[in-house]
Design a protein around this ligand. Structure first.
Ligand code: ADP
Length: 495
């Protein structure tokens, strides 16, 4: 029996407790698979106000009360609450970092509905990082690995290499830092630096956490973690070679290229698979694909669109932000709608796109359905009821929706970037091989041509069913990727 490892998995969002995007899906699913593979992995996330203690069986831990957390020259008191994520086979311990002054709120990063970050996000996530380390000491649990995710956890590797450097408790701990989206970096003014408590010399561009005269918490993680990962091979390549996608950190990523690994996210097929999905009206498999139509009808009804079986439905589920390629969609929306298709959109984000989609829906009430909200059940129905899924991202670290779509036989139309490129095989219309439709240049004409190519394939039922089957048969379950992380942990522990 190979030696098992112990891992603290640190994330600011974790399904089913708190979610804004793909990070939560990953942080909820990956630890379960690592646990099933025999390792002691535990999760820590902030205890947000909206996370129901009754709903999730969250309890106080008496010996983890009154944990002092230094923030600059103040000390805040935190405590830990505890619960589990379980499936029928295993349980993963979840620690909730409870510091009500910072986290007893209704939003994760932003004031709900205002699209505005909390003004004290610096202190909130300084507290979370420092607090996670202090919690381990109080708990007396020394994990082999602390696995950090995105800027909200970026200070942990920096603390371990400075303030806790000579602390025997942490002497054997190694850190992994996963970049889920390099564009969000946690940038704060110089005045926030003192609150971190880090030594002066870390306010440095080359070897520290400064970029110009601000601090950058993503940079802290990249600079100090023992190993770096990101969520697809192609994105690992892109952020370390392409100036635009390196988002100002390209030189540092180049410097650390040999420590940067692209490991594709998996997906949780106990949640995202039409054969078991409890949130859709009609379950189906690749062998009963004709039953998918019931979901299409339910979807059209839920958007109050006329129920016509023959028109293809194109679905979108997304944060409505520039990253996701909405400017391209804006450019060609009229041309798409002219083609006898229906478009259903679920998302929230920038005001500009809220206005755009609302106007489009009122102009074409029979063809366009829009819901500007966060709605998990509707997301499942869109996956199950659409014929195609549109995701022309400018960049995409991994992307989960295109992977979910394939499993639902909802053919993705994507731009060949990051994880979209790594997961979707472009259909060859001559032989019907492939799992989706891809285009390279970030350009609305190329997008339109690709949609037209997909619509042409849709007209030929035999070809279309073949594509559906190929897409549904693809397997992106977590096990393979989880094993890659585990062998990375092992390698670090040998060093
Ligand atoms: P990102 O992390 O960049 O937002 P991903 O494709 O990796 O993109 O993950 C998005 C996740 O968030 C998916 O699980 C998707 O279903 C979900 N999601 C995004 N927007 C919404 C929404 N408005 N309502 C429900 N789920 C959403």
């Amino acid at each position: 029996m190979p030696k098992s490892q112990s891992i603290l998995y640190v994330a600011s969002e974790v399904e089913p407790f708190a979610k804004t995007g793909g990070l939560a899906d990953v942080a909820g699913a990956f630890p379960q698979v690592v646990r099933e593979l025999g390792h002691d992995i535990r999760i820590i996330l902030p205890k947000y106000g909206f996370v129901g203690e009754r709903k999730f069986n969250i309890y106080d831990v008496i010996r983890l009360r009154n944990i002092p957390v230094p923030i600059g020259n103040k000390t805040e008191m935190a405590s830990i609450k505890s619960s589990f994520i379980t499936n029928q086979r295993i349980k993963v311990q979840v620690y909730f970092f409870d510091l009500p002054k910072y986290f007893n709120r209704e939003g994760i990063y932003q004031i709900p509905k205002k699209n505005k970050d909390y003004p004290d996000n610096d202190e909130r996530f300084i507290a979370f990082c420092r607090g996670a380390l202090e919690t381990l000491k109080r708990l007396g649990w020394k994990p082999d690995i602390i696995h950090c995710n995105d800027w909200q956890t970026g200070l942990i590797p920096a603390y371990l290499k400075t303030i806790y450097k000579d602390d025997p408790f942490f002497s054997k701990v190694r850190t992994v830092f996963t970049i889920h989206n390099l564009a969000y970096q946690g940038v704060f003014p110089k005045s926030s630096f003192a609150k971190t408590g880090l030594p002066e010399e870390l306010f440095d561009e080359a070897n520290g956490i400064a970029t110009g005269d601000v601090i950058n918490l993503m940079k802290a993680g990249i600079q100090y973690a023992d190993a770096l990962t990101t969520v697809s091979k192609r994105y690992a390549e892109e952020i370390s070679t392409d100036d635009e996608l390196g988002f100002g950190l390209i030189d540092l990523l180049k410097k650390r290229r040999k420590d940067l690994h692209g490991i594709l996210n998996g997906v949780d097929y106990s949640i995202w698979d039409p054969s078991v999905d409890q949130l859709i009206p009609q379950q189906y498999t690749s062998k009963t694909i004709q039953e998918k139509i019931e979901n299409k009808r339910a979807l059209l009804q839920s958007f109050k669109l006329p129920v016509d079986d023959e028109y293809p439905v194109i679905g979108i589920i997304s944060r409505l932000v520039d990253q996701k390629g909405f400017d391209l969609i804006e450019d060609i929306a009229q041309n798409i709608i002219k083609q006898n298709v229906k478009l259903v959109v679920l998302g929230t984000g920038e005001k500009r796109y809220h206005t755009f989609f609302s106007k489009l829906a009122s102009k074409y009430p029979d063809k366009v359905g829009v819901k500007l909200a966060y709605d998990n059940a509707l997301a499942h129905l869109i996956e199950a009821g659409s014929d195609m899924f549109l995701m022309p991202s400018r960049y995409e670290p991994c992307g989960l929706n295109q992977i979910y779509s394939m499993r639902y036989g909802t053919i993705p139309i994507v731009r060949a970037t990051g994880g979209l490129d790594d997961t979707v095989d472009d259909v060859d219309l001559r032989n019907g091989k492939g799992t989706g439709f891809k285009f390279e240049p970030y350009d609305s004409k190329a997008l339109l041509q690709t949609i037209e190519r997909a619509l042409k394939a849709y007209q030929d039922e035999k070809t279309w069913n073949k594509i559906i089957k190929q897409a549904m048969d693809k397997d992106f379950s977590w096990e393979r990727s989880a094993k890659q992380y585990i062998s990375l942990y092992k390698k670090l522990l040998k060093k």
